[in-house]
Design a protein around this ligand. Structure first.
Ligand code: PMV
Length: 339
């Protein structure tokens, strides 16, 4: 490559209703189960990738929310460079790249910033290199970057990350485990109000803990429940049935955390503020407010409700003593090229 080639992409974070938890093949990021999520319209990463023949090494800078851009180092840089390597191998080039990434949301708020980051990086890099990939191929390439949930940030709106039929076969699954949109964001006006009870970074990254899931005696029970939950979530989304989606989503989050708490070594992500919100949300429901919780690999709680209830949910969450701040999102589009 003799000329500079550059592209900019925006990608959303997403919240899983049915969680990806546990990896069968860490090198290819192949999960044990399918998962379903919603893209978030206010939690975005913008990334510019510039392949420049003058560069002697890859340069990665990340501007965390509210802070100046800083050069990445260590593991975060290695993961970005590894993904650039996959892109270069597909394009048959060796040119180094500059990556500039910025978030519109606090990256330590329990919102999957790595999903938005790897979706934006992969789309911007593939576009800059002129790779001819359809959406499915783009989700496969994004998944390989290591934050598996990132593949769900490529298609629009409500998204399923599928696993293939039949027995596990790493080479076949690597080609056939991809993400696809179930419905665009305008299909159903849901909101996700994230209640932050601890803004500190989580102590163990999900990458390590995906490898511990299978050490839990409860993991086979979780996996046995998942096909029915995926079917219920698909059906609930198709029919806009918040009660069904909410009950399914809460059961799945509790099941994932039961696996975490019974893995070896165990992880206890919940703190007192997490439990305070779980009890409050259940009480609000008794009182007629249709709101449901889900929790990723951290203590903060995502409360899902109809978009018309988002201000009331945010007000009530903000009044709980354990809640530091909230971030409200509507249903969002998938990753897109913006420059
Ligand atoms: O994609 P990762 O490796 O960051 O793991 C995501 C794990 C959860 O957020 C807890 C669940 C999910 O499906 O998003």
């Amino acid at each position: 490559m003799s000329t500079i080639r550059s592209a900019t992409a925006v990608a959303p974070a997403n919240i899983a209703f049915i969680k990806y938890w546990g990896v069968q093949d860490a090198a290819r990021t192949l999960p044990f189960n399918g998962s379903i999520s919603l893209n978030l319209d206010s939690c975005l990463t913008t990334t510019t990738v510039t392949f420049d023949p003058e560069l002697r090494d890859d340069e990665v800078t990340i501007a965390l929310y509210g802070r100046a851009a800083e050069a990445a180092s260590g593991r975060p840089r290695e993961r970005v460079v590894a993904q650039l390597g996959r892109l270069r191998a597909l394009a048959g080039v060796a040119t180094c790249a500059r990556v500039d990434s910025a978030n519109t949301f606090p990256s330590d708020a329990g919102i999957a910033s790595s999903a938005a980051a790897f979706a934006a990086l992969t789309l911007a890099g593939a576009t800059a290199l002129g790779l001819d990939l359809d959406e499915r191929q783009l989700t496969v390439l994004t998944r390989r970057g290591g934050s598996g949930s990132a593949c769900r940030s490529i298609p629009t709106g409500y998204v399923e990350w599928r696993i293939p039929e039949g027995p596990f076969d790493a080479a076949r699954w690597d080609e056939e485990s991809y993400a696809v949109s179930l419905a665009p964001p305008e299909h159903w006006a849901l909101a996700d109000v994230v209640a932050v009870v601890d803004a500190g970074a989580k102590k163990i990254g999900s990458a390590e803990n995906h490898q511990l899931a299978a050490t839990s005696a409860y993991f086979p029970a979780r996996l046995a429940e998942i096909p029915a939950r995926l079917a219920a979530a698909r059906d609930a989304i198709a029919r806009r049935d918040l009660e069904l989606l909410g009950a399914t989503m809460e059961a799945d989050a509790v099941s994932m955390h039961a696996v975490c708490m019974t893995s070896s070594p165990p992880s206890f992500y919940w703190n007192a503020g997490t439990l305070e919100i779980i009890h409050a949300v259940r009480a609000w429901r008794e009182g007629g407010l249709a709101a449901y919780f889900t929790i990723d690999a951290g203590p903060n709680v995502h409360v899902i409700c109809a978009d018309g209830d988002r201000d009331e949910v945010a007000r009530r969450l903000g009044a709980l003593p354990g809640v530091q701040f909230t971030i409200a999102n509507g249903a969002g589009a998938g990753a897109r090229v913006v420059g």
